[in-house]
Design a protein. Structure first.
Length: 360
């Protein structure tokens, strides 16, 4: 832990012993109220019992509260997606997206876990840039908090599907998810938090062994090893069979339906051969398949399948007998899709980031 931990990275059980080094009479309730005060929505009407002066003074001396800077906010009026670009203390840029849900007045927040990404997925602009650094847990949580504070309604979910590979930044992401789920902090139900991975098998196995309640989503995109290795180089290290075995371990631990995300690439991964491969590797599991349109701004990049091709793919998938969900990949019209907003800033900020992942 840093010498001066940020309050957005702490739960009350971690904050209390810090406080007691200067305020021995501090109690767990005061630690919760200090954290709650940081997460209070301005004008939200929630109030907490006061914290004793000694505990409050100890907190001021021992806990960091530095903010991250909101650089730009862009709304896409065509679909309601809002992208927010943040500058961190070292000048790095990270993004978050406010996503409108079907229920009016309810939103989810899509969060980044890294500045850049080491996974190198061919359809993902962030992946083509490489990894600059991990985000700290507090930076992730602060992005969530700032998005939530500016939301005209209720934030009821969070998804780690933005820039970066969440399971490559495992400890920070899991700590951020924990804080976001605390009833005195982010107040998002654990079951409404999703963490996406391209298939880092040892981390999936660790996740399964630890018994977390968040939903883990595997961004598969192809179930054929040779094709997936071209699209997602991680598959050269851990093949589809390895991923299926890890997901089977997760199902054995949780008993829950497992989710596969599938970025639809026109003319690439919508054939009957993919459906057969999904059945071969995952047919023994209760599944949900999320279909997501690709966002690739390159002139010669991957293109979105037209509606007839998507419908044909959905028809093929129906033989699996599993729920198929079309996840809208929004915000492209106003550079609010993942990675596009930061791309506009990189020319002006040599320490910045361009690109993003469309695999969420």
């Amino acid at each position: 832990m840093d010498a001066t931990p940020h309050i957005a990275s702490l739960d009350a059980e971690a904050l209390l012993p810090l406080l007691q080094t200067r305020a021995p009479l501090a109690r767990i309730g005061e630690a919760r109220r200090l954290i709650a005060s940081h997460f209070a929505i301005p004008g939200g009407g929630r109030s907490c019992r006061p914290v004793g002066r000694a505990t409050r003074d100890a907190s001021e001396a021992l806990v960091d509260r530095q903010p991250i800077e909101l650089v730009e906010e862009v709304a896409d009026d065509s679909d309601g997606f809002v992208k927010l670009l943040f500058r961190l203390a070292d000048g790095a840029l990270c993004e978050a997206v406010r996503i409108p849900l079907h229920k009016p007045g309810c939103f989810s927040v899509c969060l980044s876990s890294q500045v850049g990404c080491a996974m190198g997925c061919d359809f993902c602009a962030t992946g083509r840039l490489g990894l600059r650094r991990d985000l700290a847990a507090w930076e992730i949580v602060e992005a969530f908090r700032l998005v939530r504070n500016g939301t005209p309604g209720r934030v009821s979910g969070a998804v780690f599907m933005g820039q970066g590979e969440p399971l490559d930044n495992y400890d920070a992401v899991l700590q951020a998810a924990r804080v976001i789920s605390l009833p005195y902090a982010g107040r998002i139900a654990s079951e409404a938090i999703s963490i996406s991975t391209v298939g880092v098998v040892p981390a999936i196995q660790r996740y399964a062994s630890e018994g977390h309640r968040y939903r883990l989503i595997v961004s598969l995109t192809s179930a054929i090893d040779s094709r997936r290795a071209r699209l997602m180089p991680v598959s050269r290290k851990w093949g589809v069979a390895d991923i299926a075995a890890a997901v089977t371990q997760l199902h054995a631990r949780t008993g829950q339906r497992q989710t596969l995300a599938w970025v639809i690439l026109a003319g690439v991964n919508t054939g009957a051969d993919e459906v057969e491969a999904i059945a071969r590797h995952f047919g023994h599991l209760p599944l949900r398949i999320n279909l997501i349109d690709v966002n690739d701004a390159r002139p010669q990049g991957y293109t979105r399948a037209d509606e007839d091709d998507v419908a044909a793919f959905v028809d093929r998938l129906k033989v699996l007998g599993v729920p198929i969900v079309r996840r809208y990949s929004g915000g492209a019209a106003k550079h609010a899709a993942c990675g596009m907003l930061a791309a506009r800033h990189v020319a002006h900020d040599a320490g910045g980031l361009r690109g993003g992942c469309s695999a969420g």
